[in-house]
Design a protein around this ligand. Structure first.
Ligand code: ADP
Length: 483
């Protein structure tokens, strides 16, 4: 049933292991980035408790893989429904610990629930295959079996959705999971565990361990009983953890950083491009891995695009997500504010002109004014590093091949955006961009039905869509001799 907003029942100050809510002597304090106030505390679990969560996941896996696909799917569907039934409480908790405006938090609840629904449906379609044999006395059958126990580490920017797009396919396939959420936003994960429990997820199938990243990460990447490691976060940490997983040859899925180019050609619809830029750059205050990071704008449309984008950005309302209508919440922490300030200072030092914003907000929260900088030099810091904040830097270009070369000149390969109304150009450019996802005349590309993931150093594997199951199953050949 529907609970009242902010129901304390969903703010669990305990970790969830083997179907039990557990405490620890030491705790971690979670604060609200909008004002620094305390949201609550969660247990600071160590390697020992994490190992016990793995024990539970190993035991539960033997049972869970034998539950019918239909029954697993029904539990995931119920979990999704409970999320939607508690959407307001989940959204408020999410805004409180993460900072995003309430409207965006509501959107994330729906998006996150959709992964559980989608993979609940996919559970019954994890089909194997039979292969015409090489000789008449052979039969070849291929099963798609669950990989086993999955360890997951998720980030703070989408604390609900980054979790369900891993737990959904894992549980659908018959895997069990030990999850470590970001220490900055653990309450959303714990609320999901509470709803999962209510939905009938059996003890040990979905475990949430909270605490310091290092000691927990050591177990999650090192315990040989864990078959698969899935991570969403920074490229630096992801590479380091993936390397550790190789000691026990774990299956590894990674969703790492992007450095998304946003190309606007002379023949684009300038208003559509500005709308797309607002979505692709300023959603979640610029803190998404598919956020536009570099705007390459062609000579003929440059002035109009710069002027209209600056006007729209100047109208964005900055404020605490729960305090009233707000388009831009705080950044996650003071370090994020400093990165933004450094990217602005570097762009200005290289000749960029700030059209709007450009500085951190005052007051207790970690706000940063949404910013547009024109005439940014090619090679500026914000073209090389992920800003992860609300700063749009505009770089002018002349030729199509020049724009493509600039867009591809990075080791990242997650998302790219193109705005053009020329059919031939749209085909040439979308094909030439070296990215796992390309938005053509749109700044919004994510959905549970579409494969999300990067090429190059942006990751391994895909989440969402029917392909999202692939990372959680192993192919098993049964080759039979027939007399
Ligand atoms: P971001 O820059 O988005 O905060 P991180 O990669 O630092 O990205 O964080 C993503 C997730 O990785 C979080 O859950 C965080 O706690 C975890 N993490 C960070 N450092 C480590 C580590 N050394 N070992 C294990 N997990 C880590």
């Amino acid at each position: 049933g529907t609970r009242v907003p902010d129901a304390p029942a969903l703010r669990r100050e305990a970790a969830f292991v083997d179907g039990a809510w557990i405490a620890a002597e030491r705790t971690i304090t979670v604060t609200d980035p909008a004002d620094g106030s305390v949201v609550g505390t969660v247990p600071d679990l160590g390697p020992e408790e994490t190992g016990r969560a793995v024990d539970a996941a190993v035991r539960a896996q033997a049972q869970w893989k034998g539950v019918s696909a239909k029954a697993r799917g029904a539990i995931l569907r119920k979990w999704s429904d409970l999320m939607l039934g508690n959407a307001e409480a989940l959204a408020r908790l999410l805004t409180r610990e993460q900072g995003k405006p309430l409207a965006e938090a509501r959107g994330e609840v729906a998006y996150a629930a959709a992964f559980l629904e989608w993979f609940g449906e996919e559970a019954r379609r994890i089909n194997g295959e039979t292969i015409p044999p090489p000789s008449p006395d052979r039969r070849l059958a291929v099963r798609r079996d669950p990989v086993g126990v999955v360890a997951a580490i998720t980030p703070w920017n989408f604390p609900l959705a980054m979790l369900t797009r891993k737990a959904g396919p894992a549980l659908a396939a018959g895997c069990t999971m030990v999850l470590k959420p970001s220490e900055l936003t653990p309450f959303s994960a714990l609320a999901l565990a509470a709803l999962g429990e209510e939905a009938g997820v059996p003890p040990g199938v979905f475990n949430v361990v909270t605490g310091q990243a290092g000691p927990i990460g050591d177990i999650l990447t090192g315990d040989p009983r864990i078959a698969k490691f899935t991570f969403t976060g920074s490229t630096k940490v992801g590479k380091m953890l993936a390397a550790r997983c190789m000691a026990s040859v774990k299956r590894v899925s990674l969703e790492l950083g992007g450095n998304a180019p946003f190309l606007v050609f002379d023949d684009a619809d300038v208003d559509a491009a500005v709308d797309g830029a607002l979505l692709a750059k300023f959603r979640n205050s610029g803190q998404t891995c598919v956020c536009a990071n570099r705007f390459y704008v062609q000579d003929g449309i440059y002035e109009a695009f710069a002027e209209r984008l600056a006007a729209r950005v100047a109208g964005l309302v900055v404020g605490a997500g729960l305090a009233g209508p707000s388009d831009q919440g705080p950044l996650i922490d003071a370090r994020a504010q400093r990165t933004c300030a450094a990217h602005v200072a570097d762009a200005v030092a290289g000749g960029g002109r700030v059209l709007v914003g450009g500085r951190p907000g005052d007051g207790p929260g970690t706000f940063f004014a949404p910013t547009v900088i024109r005439d940014v030099a090619q090679g500026a810091l914000l073209t090389r590093e992920e800003t992860f904040g609300p700063i749009a830097g505009l770089i002018r270009f002349t030729r199509e091949d020049e724009a493509i070369a600039l867009a591809n000149a990075t080791r990242a390969g997650l998302a790219g955006y193109v705005f053009t109304r020329d059919l031939d150009r749209s085909i040439r450019v979308t094909e030439a961009l070296e990215y796992g996802m390309v938005g053509l005349n749109t700044g919004a590309i994510s959905s549970e039905v579409a494969p999300f993931g990067g090429i190059k150093e942006s990751g391994l594997g895909r989440e969402g869509s029917r392909h999202g199951i692939d990372d959680y199953v192993e192919l098993k050949l049964v080759c039979t001799a027939v007399a």
